[in-house]
Design a binder for this molecule. Structure first.
Ligand code: CAA
Ligand code: NAD
Length: 296
């Protein structure tokens, strides 16, 4: 297996392309426009620079990694020679169903079609294809070059051999695969999102402020980021989409998204990727500044 295609070059797709290319795979990176792809390549370049600065990679390895990433906007061309496709497009069921129907049409018959979905049923996504036995969840964590975990999720029809291949590939990328079953949010987000949602409720109900809530979890529970900063980092639109899948799929009121989260996404405040969420983000600055709306 040598040729990998990543669909979507956003927060996750650029990290997934980065890691596969770093480990020697040829990677086609497909997104909707050249501007988005340029941004993805700039991000990958910056993250490779961090690895060079830390001595993880040499300058030559950085250059070779970038040369193995081939950006393109034509999905049909992008998947034509793929052994493995990893879909990392927007967390919306309609987007995924349409993409998987196209992937099934244009990718080679023996290719594995994986999705990086955070929460959506793998069995449902597989139903858009005529090869559900080759469809699987390969759920990387953010930031992909740093986080070790890959949740591996079989759909109803996924073959054991396909699952084993994805486990082997994850290990080859120096990741730790964990197999989980196909239920809403799998394990990672079934546990993480209720915590994030509860932190947003605590803010919404005036229990405490943004920095205070995050400080409690950072210094009290040794989390590397507080839940509100983590929500910004993941993307508030992604958090909302996941909570809606949990709420609808598990049918319990405890998963209902906080109205403040809904309002922020409606207002276009999506966190790091839009420049503002619970905090404000200035490119190049590592300072954590609470958004004006939440200053006390
Ligand atoms: N690419 C490459 N390297 C990166 C990187 C990236 N995108 N981001 C950070 N790094 C590296 C840094 O170079 C640094 O390396 P060293 O340890 O060798 O010095 C290291 O990671 C730590 O980075 P920083 O010093 O810049 O910052 P930090 O100490 O605050 O760590 C962090 C950053 C690793 C992101 C840390 O804050 C963290 O672990 N946060 C929580 C992340 C998390 O919970 N992720 C899961 C999100 S949920 C999810 O992904 C599932 C879903 O479906 C929503
Ligand atoms: P994002 O919004 O940052 O990026 C999504 C990208 O997909 C955008 O660049 C968009 O232009 C592209 N896209 C949308 N429709 C497309 C299409 N038809 N063809 C090609 N590209 C298309 O989202 P993200 O945070 O990178 O999330 C991507 C996937 O990864 C989602 O399923 C999400 O749930 C999952 N995920 C996200 C995180 C996270 O922390 N953000 C972590 C793990 C998994």
């Amino acid at each position: 297996m040598k040729n990998v295609t990543v669909i979507g070059g956003g927060t996750m797709g650029n990290g997934i392309a980065h890691v596969f290319a770093q480990y020697g795979y040829e990677v086609c990176l497909v997104d909707l426009s050249t501007e988005i792809l340029d941004r993805a390549l700039t991000t990958i370049g910056k993250n490779l620079d961090r690895q060079v600065a830390k001595g993880i990679l040499s300058e030559e390895e950085k250059t070779a990694t970038l040369q193995r990433i081939h950006p393109m906007t034509d999905l049909r061309e992008g998947v034509a020679g793929a052994d493995l496709v990893i879909e990392a497009a927007t967390e919306q069921i309609d987007v995924k169903l349409q993409l998987f129907a196209e992937l099934d049409r244009y990718a080679p018959g023996e290719a594995i079609l994986a999705t990086n979905t955070s929460s959506i049923s793998i069995t449902k996504i597989a139903s858009a294809t005529k090869r559900p036995q080759q469809v699987i969840g390969m759920h990387f964590m953010n930031p992909v070059p740093v986080m070790k975990l890959v949740e591996v999720i079989r759909g109803y029809a996924t073959l054991d051999a396909v699952c084993q291949r994805v486990i082997d590939i994850s290990r080859r990328l120096d990741k730790v695969p964990v197999e989980v079953n196909d239920y809403p949010g799998f394990v990672a987000n079934r546990l993480l999102m209720p915590m994030i949602n509860e932190a947003i409720y605590a803010l919404y109900e005036g229990v405490s402020g943004v920095e205070e809530i995050d400080t409690v979890m950072k210094l009290g529970m040794a989390h590397p980021m507080g839940p509100l900063q983590l929500a910004d980092f993941i993307g508030l639109d992604v958090c909302l989409a996941i909570l809606r899948v949990l709420h609808e799929g598990l049918g319990q009121p405890k998963y209902a998204p906080c109205p403040l989260l809904v309002n922020m996404v409606t207002a276009g405040k999506l966190g790091v990727k839009s420049g503002e969420g619970f905090y404000k983000y200035t490119p190049g600055s590592k300072e954590l500044v609470v958004a004006d709306r939440f200053r006390q």
